[in-house]
Design a protein around this ligand. Structure first.
Ligand code: PMT
Length: 224
């Protein structure tokens, strides 16, 4: 950790879950609390970067004034907010747990419980990291996350390639102390250059600092 080593850098982060509306009172979502994303946003700020945060609905306390902060609900909204600023960024970190599917249509009124069983038809959401990955400029550095429950390393490396990340951070649901909602995490980082590194179990703030050290080491620009 060294103060100011990211000064002059513009960083965008997606964080938290997305909520995909079913009707005016219900949605599909996941367990992301936003803690890992916020820890990274704080670490970048501490080390001198200017930070844009695009956050799904989260309930953790945060001083939004320190950041360029944008609240969104759905994957579609997150995509539009990220697309609008992407070309000006030096580093983009995709920590959000984006819902892969959303209801194909959103009911305008609350759905009544008339039937004993019901079906919701889903459509695939836009893959924010993949879309922006296809627009990545040579000076830009993209960091992805992967949350896996099986074949962790294989899936993480496949996502690193497919989404054009420079670095991917894997958290495994199999490891105790890692993943959703907790204040701690344990991650494995894979770089597109073949590097691989495993972290200890540590607080999300400490993990964030270590991830920044890796970004600094793996990126092409020289940070002092
Ligand atoms: O928020 P916390 O409670 O602290 O938990 C942190 C976390 C576990 C959510 C976080 O560390 C994490 O792993 N986030 C990514 C979880 C995830 O959705 O992974 P994925 O394997 O589905 O997606 C791979 C990558 O593509 C991610 O960088 C994701 O942001 C991105 N993605 C995925 C789908 C999509 N439609 N758009 C995307 O941008």
């Amino acid at each position: 950790e060294s103060k100011g080593d990211f000064s002059g850098k513009k960083v965008a982060l997606t964080m938290g879950p997305t909520q995909e509306a079913i009707d005016p009172v219900r949605f599909i979502s996941n367990h992301s609390s936003g803690k890992m994303g916020l820890a990274l946003a704080e670490a970048f700020l501490e080390r001198g970067a200017e930070v844009w945060v695009i956050s799904g609905p989260v309930a953790i306390p945060v001083n939004k004034e320190k950041f360029h902060w944008k609240d969104v609900n759905s994957a579609e909204e997150m995509f539009h907010a990220a697309s609008a600023i992407h070309s000006q960024m030096d580093i983009v970190v995709f920590t959000a747990a984006v819902a892969d599917y959303a209801p194909a249509t959103v009911a305008t009124e609350k759905i009544k419980k008339d039937e004993d069983a019901m079906q919701i038809r889903l459509k695939k959401n836009v893959d924010i990291a993949k879309e922006l990955g296809s627009k990545k400029q040579p000076k830009q550095f993209h960091v992805g996350f992967a949350l896996e429950t099986e074949n962790e390393e294989f899936h993480a490396k496949e996502k690193l390639q497919r989404k054009n990340f420079d670095l991917i951070v894997l958290n495994s649901m199999k490891e105790s102390g890692a993943g959703f909602r907790l204040d701690t995490n344990r991650v494995t980082v894979f770089s597109k250059n073949g590097g691989q590194w495993k972290s200890p179990l540590a607080s999300k703030s400490e993990i964030a600092q270590l991830i920044l050290d890796h970004i600094k080491r793996e990126s092409s620009w020289t940070l002092i």
